[in-house]
Every structure is written in structure tokens, then in C-alpha cells.
Write a protein that binds this ligand. Structure first.
Ligand SMILES: *[C@@H]1O[C@H](CO)[C@@H](O)[C@H](O)[C@H]1NC(C)=O
Ligand SMILES: *[C@@H]1O[C@H](CO)[C@@H](O)[C@H](O)[C@H]1NC(C)=O
Ligand SMILES: *[C@@H]1O[C@H](CO)[C@@H](O)[C@H](O)[C@H]1NC(C)=O
Ligand SMILES: *[C@@H]1O[C@H](CO)[C@@H](O)[C@H](O)[C@H]1NC(C)=O
Ligand SMILES: *[C@@H]1O[C@H](CO)[C@@H](O)[C@H](O)[C@H]1NC(C)=O
Ligand SMILES: *[C@@H]1O[C@H](CO)[C@@H](O)[C@H](O)[C@H]1NC(C)=O
Ligand SMILES: *[C@@H]1O[C@H](CO)[C@@H](O)[C@H](O)[C@H]1NC(C)=O
Ligand SMILES: *[C@@H]1O[C@H](CO)[C@@H](O)[C@H](O)[C@H]1NC(C)=O
Ligand SMILES: *[C@@H]1O[C@H](CO)[C@@H](O)[C@H](O)[C@H]1NC(C)=O
Length: 468
């Protein structure tokens, strides 16, 4: 038989997919010219028991090959899946009332542990996720032993594909991708980290909700690794581990803007680090509410990168103690630079501005450099710090973790400063509640003069709080 000319095949394919698109677009009620591919037309069942991986992947692949569009998971279904690979130009639309459920078996994920995601985009341009529905990692299935202090989790480390106790799949990953968009979606119960951007350029994350188990370790919210030009707005994050966490492993993180977010976490709400091998610069965090966190804003340089030009404004913080198994000691603001190990390089932290911040916390602000990793030029302007005790956990610990000096017994202070050059306090108010004073904690400022220079105070107040 004569081989059919390729052009004819592509014409056939195009006309097939186009007609299918027209039908499904009508069905989904969307009419903006983008092609829509329903996973149910590719065989997805959506009963939450049978794997729909092949159907979802086929819809993505056809959508991608036809120049992009939407892949739609219709409302009412629970679509169980092994890793699905999102492609350039494809937006995954998980409709309201639909759930994409991540598989809980190791064979559901690729061989390489750094590709263990329920939804994974690699080298994609213009891939996205939206729809009003939910992507669910079934994190509860990864809990071996529930424990209010800290859950014991499954670790897929037996085959040697991964080592240690953090071998679990992440929920959503964009690696080496451009023009990433994630909006109007709930990311629920990740087994490990939730939304991960790695070496991405230009990402837009808007109106997403993240829910992780409050007792599960490593349930991070959004991790931004080695990525530039990231915008995050209107996010709602309620989880056990770090909520918004830029990390630098193979390159810097440049230009990150986070606005209008609400965060609750048993770890740091905002954390730069702990992987900090390259620079963090040009970050803006504005209009953020942080509640019941173990640490509010953390900048943790450990590996030789530098952090500079960071602005934190209009932020409300409430921090409390939890079990010391978790890093953090209720510091509303925690800025530290120390070499992780004696062999690690040191990094500096400079040009940080905190403006319009109000905090109620069980511990004080902690600003600590080391001989070789200095903190420079930090401004606190219009900052209200209220000190209060409401949990039974003992205070009296400086927390230098990860690594460095670890946990060190020390009297608590409202503001602890070491190895800082250039600290400007303008209109900073400290209020001490009765509960904090009864606890024997009333040192407003603690610093050793030989490690600190260029501190200035303008309108600094310390007062007994009237109410409590
Ligand atoms: C995954 O690893 C297994 C066992 O090591 C091997 O047999 C299989 O070919 C690998 N699969 C891929 C896709 O590389
Ligand atoms: C993306 O493509 C580049 C160049 O081909 C390759 O080096 C890199 O490993 C790819 N990244 C991923 C996550 O596949
Ligand atoms: C594997 O994970 C378990 C559970 O977290 C942990 O106790 C164990 O040390 C890990 N083993 C290896 C070889 O990493
Ligand atoms: C935000 O996303 C949710 C779905 O996760 C949606 O129901 C809601 O309408 C969105 N909000 C706005 C203002 O678009
Ligand atoms: C981010 O920008 C820096 C330069 O500012 C560059 O070195 C780095 O490669 C960029 N990263 C990515 C993922 O494009
Ligand atoms: C701050 O963010 C919240 C959402 O967390 C939003 O409702 C509010 O309008 C924002 N405020 C300003 C001044 O933009
Ligand atoms: C700090 O408290 C004063 C009242 O004592 C209030 O006027 C001011 O707005 C507060 N500042 C912030 C940033 O919350
Ligand atoms: C801080 O609050 C003051 C008074 O509300 C306002 O004028 C100023 O613009 C705010 N600063 C920032 C960076 O939002
Ligand atoms: C700190 O600020 C001073 C005065 O603005 C400036 O000269 C210096 O270069 C800054 N230092 C760093 C490390 O940015």
C-alpha cells in the first residue's frame, strides 16, 4: 500500500480534534476560542478507584500536539492518577466539584525521585492549572503513625531511588518552565511539598488554596527554587510546614512578589532557605496575614548565598510555640546568617525593610549574623510588637537551626541583635502583656555592643500593655 502522506494524516487529525473540541467546548460552557479536551472522552471514568492516568495523559498529549488549549476534568468525578505530564500550552482545568487524586503507590511515580509529582510540567511554556476544583495528594495515606507532636510518615527509601526520611511525592511541579499559571484551584493534602517551581521563569500564582495536615512534616505550601519573576497573590495556605519558601540550590531566586495572602502554619509562614547556595534578591511581601505560626518571617542563610533588597510591608503576624521538634521558636521576625557546617561558606543579608508590621507573639524578634556572615542595613518602620504568653511550652531558647549552633539556652528578649551593622528602628513599639511579664521575660533589647554597630532608634517605645 502507498504510504499515506503525512500532511493528509495531520489534516485528518486536525479535523478530528477540531470537531471534538467544538462539541466539548459547548458542553463545558466555555467560549473563548481555546480548544477544550474532555478527559472523559479519552476514557476517564472518574470513580476514584480505577486509574485514569492514560486518559488524562492522552487528552494532554492531543491538546499539546494540536497547539494547546484546555484539558478538562468535569465536575462530579474523582480522577485517580499516577504522575501526569503537563505539556506546553496546556491548561489543566479541574472543574469545581472534580478532584484529581494522586496515587499512593511508588510505582505510580517516575523512577527518578526528583520527578515524583502528581502533576508534573517539564520544560513547558505556557502550561497552567485552574478550574475551581481540587488536586489532592491523599497525604493521609502516607501517615504511618498519627502523632500530635509530629506524624511519622512513609518514606519510599527502600529501593535506593531516594534516601532518608523525606521520600514522598510532591503534589504539583513545574520544572524548567516558562509562563507558568496556576489560579482558582485548591491543592489539598500533599504527601510532601505542595506546589514546587524549579528553575522557572515568569510564574503567576493567583487565588489558590493550599491545605496540608498540620502535624505532617515537610508539607510545604509553595516552594520557589532557583526561579525568577514569580508573582503570587491572594493565596490561602493552611499547612504543617513552611508556607512560602524560596530556596536556592543551583541558581539565584530573583524578583518574587507575594501579596494579599493568608497563612497558618506550624513552621515558618515566609522562609528564605534553608537551601541558600545562591542569592535571593528583589523580593516584596505585602499585605499578608500570618496566624498561629511557629515563625513569621524567616530569612535563613546557611550555605553561602546572599539575601538582599527585600521588603516586607503591611503584615500582621501571630506566632506561638509548638513542640521544639519543629524549627522555630515563635519569633515574628527571624533573620539569621551562619555557615551551616564549619565547612560551609557564609553569606550576607542586606537592605531589608520592614514597614507597617504588627505582631503578637510568644517570643521576640531575632536578628543574628556571625563574624563572617553579617547582617547589614535593616530598617523597621511602624512596627508594633506585642509580647504575650498563651501556650504552656517553655521559652528560654535561641533557635539557630537548621544546624549552626542549634538550640541554645538563653533568656528571651523582645529584640535580640548580634553581628549586625546598620539597624534603623523608626516608630517601633513594644508592648508587654501581664502574661509575658509573669513568665519572667521582660528584656526589651539584648545585644552585645562589640558585635553591633550603627543602630539608631527613632520613636522607640516599650510599655506595659493595658489590656492583658
Ligand atoms: C525504572 O527502573 C526499573 C528498575 O530499576 C527499570 O527496570 C525500568 O526500565 C525503569 N524505567 C524507566 C522508564 O526508566
Ligand atoms: C529541560 O531541557 C533541558 C535542555 O534540553 C535539559 O537539560 C533539562 O534536563 C530539561 N529539564 C527537565 C526537567 O526535563
Ligand atoms: C527510611 O525511612 C524511614 C522512615 O522515615 C527512616 O526511619 C529510615 O532511616 C530511612 N532509611 C534510609 C536508608 O534512608
Ligand atoms: C478563587 O478560586 C475559587 C476556586 O478555588 C473560586 O471559587 C473563586 O470564585 C475564585 N475567586 C475569585 C475572586 O475569582
Ligand atoms: C534568573 O536570573 C539570573 C540573573 O539575574 C540568572 O542568572 C538565572 O539564570 C535566572 N534563572 C532562570 C531560571 O532563568
Ligand atoms: C489584603 O489581602 C486581603 C486578602 O488576604 C484582601 O481581602 C484585602 O483586600 C487586601 N488589602 C489590600 C489593601 O489590598
Ligand atoms: C501600632 O499601634 C498604633 C496604636 O498604638 C496604631 O495607631 C498603629 O496603626 C499601629 N501600627 C501598625 C503597623 O499596626
Ligand atoms: C504604611 O502605612 C502608612 C500609614 O497607613 C502609609 O502611609 C504607608 O504608605 C504604608 N507603607 C507601605 C509601604 O505600605
Ligand atoms: C548600607 O547602607 C549604606 C548607607 O545607605 C550604604 O552606603 C551601604 O553600601 C549599605 N551596605 C550594604 C551592604 O548594602
Amino acid at each position: 500500500m502507498e504510504p499515506i502522506p503525512l500532511t493528509l494524516i495531520s489534516l485528518l487529525l486536525i479535523s478530528l480534534t477540531t470537531s471534538q473540541c467544538l462539541d466539548t467546548r459547548r458542553e463545558s460552557g466555555i467560549s473563548d476560542g481555546l480548544d477544550t479536551f474532555l478527559v472523559t472522552e479519552y476514557g476517564a471514568i472518574g470513580d476514584g478507584k480505577h486509574y485514569d492516568t492514560a486518559a488524562i495523559q492522552a487528552a494532554i498529549d492531543v491538546c499539546h500536539q494540536s497547539g494547546g488549549g484546555r484539558v478538562l476534568l468535569p465536575s462530579g468525578g474523582d480522577y485517580l492518577t499516577a504522575t501526569v505530564f503537563l505539556k506546553s500550552g496546556v491548561t489543566l482545568v479541574v472543574q469545581e466539584g472534580a478532584r484529581l487524586l494522586g496515587g499512593t503507590k511508588e510505582e505510580d511515580y517516575p523512577n527518578e525521585s526528583d520527578r515524583w509529582y502528581v502533576v508534573l510540567a517539564e520544560n513547558a511554556t505556557g502550561a497552567g492549572i485552574t478550574g475551581g476544583g481540587e488536586i489532592n495528594g491523599q497525604g493521609g495515606e502516607f501517615v504511618v503513625l498519627e502523632n500530635e507532636r509530629k506524624n511519622v510518615m512513609v518514606s519510599w527509601n527502600a529501593t535506593g531511588k531516594c534516601s532518608g526520611d523525606e521520600c514522598r511525592p510532591r503534589l504539583v511541579g513545574f520544572l524548567d518552565s516558562k509562563d507558568v499559571k496556576v489560579w482558582d484551584i485548591t491543592l489539598n493534602q500533599p504527601a510532601y511539598w505542595c506546589l514546587h517551581l524549579v528553575r522557572c521563569q515568569k510564574s503567576w500564582i493567583h487565588n489558590i488554596s493550599i491545605f496540608g495536615d498540620f502535624n505532617s512534616p515537610n508539607n510545604d505550601g509553595i516552594d520557589i527554587t532557583d526561579s525568577n519573576n514569580t508573582r503570587i497573590s491572594k493565596c490561602h495556605i493552611d499547612t504543617g510546614d513552611d508556607a512560602i519558601c524560596p530556596k536556592s540550590s543551583t541558581g539565584p531566586v530573583v524578583k518574587l512578589t507575594v501579596t494579599d495572602c493568608w497563612i497558618r502554619t506550624k513552621s515558618s509562614a515566609i522562609k528564605l532557605g534553608s537551601a541558600s547556595y545562591f542569592d535571593f534578591r528583589q523580593f516584596l511581601f505585602d499585605n499578608i496575614t500570618i496566624v498561629e505560626a511557629h515563625r513569621g518571617i524567616g530569612v535563613q542563610i546557611r550555605d553561602g548565598g546572599n539575601a538582599r533588597d527585600l521588603v516586607f510591608s503591611n503584615i500582621k503576624i501571630s506566632t506561638r510555640y509548638y513542640d521544639p521538634l519543629w524549627w522555630g521558636r515563635a519569633e515574628p521576625i527571624y533573620i539569621t546568617s551562619c555557615p551551616r557546617f564549619s565547612t560551609s561558606k557564609s553569606g550576607s543579608i542586606s537592605n531589608l525593610r520592614f514597614e507597617n508590621i504588627s505582631a503578637v507573639s510568644e517570643n521576640g524578634v531575632f536578628l543574628s549574623g556571625t563574624n563572617h556572615g553579617l547582617l547589614h542595613n535593616i530598617t523597621l518602620k511602624n512596627v508594633n510588637l506585642t509580647y504575650k504568653r498563651w501556650t504552656e511550652y517553655p521559652g528560654g531558647l535561641f533557635d539557630y537551626r537548621p544546624d549552626c549552633q542549634g538550640l541554645v539556652k538563653h533568656n528571651t528578649a523582645g529584640l535580640m541583635i548580634e553581628h549586625v551593622s546598620g539597624l534603623d528602628l523608626q516608630n517601633v513599639k513594644m508592648s508587654w502583656s501581664k502574661s509575658s511579664l509573669i513568665n519572667g521575660w521582660g528584656t526589651p533589647l539584648y545585644f552585645r555592643p562589640n558585635t553591633v554597630d550603627k543602630i539608631s532608634f527613632h520613636e522607640w517605645q516599650s510599655e506595659k500593655s493595658l489590656d492583658i
